[in-house]
Design a protein around this ligand. Structure first.
Ligand code: DQA
Length: 146
């Protein structure tokens, strides 16, 4: 049997508090539970998923650079960095395997105008927003098919 395709699920700032962070917007699933779900969904799709979260932009850049070096597909929820980080934009530009952008809420439907732009979208094969935690499953499905 061929080796399972590796996928990185990378979550940015404040997503470590999932489940406790504004549950009316982001739901009650914790980051630990999300990571378990992604592993499970991945294995059903034949993907070896590793889920990581950081509040530190440099750490996220290192992970994206690692994905570029290893040609690893990425599911990225860059959280607030999505809206202003040119360093994340430059890191996404270097990826060679497919990138899927995920947001738990739908930033474009939210009142704060700063959420209406994304530096990730220009490099994303697909954008999934407003689907809650299930958006991560949908993103993995897209990667499994690509
Ligand atoms: C988010 C939406 C962003 O606007 C916000 O800054 C986040 C989370 C989402 O998953 O809905 O931190 O990316």
């Amino acid at each position: 049997m061929a080796d399972m395709q590796r996928v990185l699920v990378l979550n940015g700032p404040n997503l470590g508090r999932l489940g406790r962070r504004q549950p009316e917007i982001y739901g009650t699933t914790t980051h630990e539970q999300l990571a378990e779900l992604c592993t499970q969904w991945g294995s059903e799709l034949g993907l070896l998923v590793e889920t990581r979260q950081t509040n530190h932009e440099g750490v996220m850049l290192d992970w994206l650079n690692e994905a570029a070096d290893d040609a690893t597909p990425v599911v990225l929820n860059a959280a607030a960095w999505t809206h202003y980080s040119w360093a994340i934009f430059d890191a996404c530009a270097q990826l060679v395997a497919p990138l899927v952008e995920v947001h738990i809420s739908d930033p474009k439907q939210r009142p704060e105008e700063f959420r209406h732009t994304s530096v990730v979208t220009p490099y994303a094969a697909a954008v999934i927003a407003g689907q809650g935690i299930d958006g991560y499953r949908q993103a993995l499905e897209i990667l499994a098919r690509s």
